[in-house]
Ligand binder design. Sequence first.
Ligand SMILES: [Zn+2]
Length: 186
Amino acid sequence: MNRIKCMVCGMDINEKNFYINSSAFLEKNKEDRIIYCPFCGVSEIYLSNNGETYNVDSKLLDKNALRIIDHAVKLEIFNGDFYKKASEMAESSEVKEIFTALSKIEMLHAKIHFRIGGFSEFPKLTEMNYDKYNTDKALLGAAAIREKHAVTYYDKYKGEIKDKTVTNIFEALCQVEKEHIILTSK
Ligand SMILES: [Zn+2]
């Protein structure tokens, strides 16, 4: 396999990991055809063959951009936490698998934002209770609403950030969440 690196999350993609989180994707990676990053989910246009990655100097970001990125960290942790709990609550093993993969992907999105914002303390959210979603259908419905909210957030704020690299990262992750809407609306 050629050397492939994700420009958004920085992970190396190889024959040992290309299939990871595959239940979170509509189309699957194949060893000879990598179409997305298995870790953060971005599409192949964000993968590089020369080791290139997106680099953001947080010191050059203005206050507004930092505020938007800080909120994105929290939004992704909130969703990652929901999926982790949903994976424990779901009845069907297929739905469990989807939620487990989504949880890992959203948590990585939070880490990406945390890194580009140059923040020093990873936020801890208050413990949430999701008992009211007591069927797989209800959990999937709640998931789709969260994904729609994430897409709206990225769409709304990507234009407010002047740093082109951050805008590209928002756009890349927004596409990932759009696919998650389809996945959780099945
Ligand atoms: Zn990635």
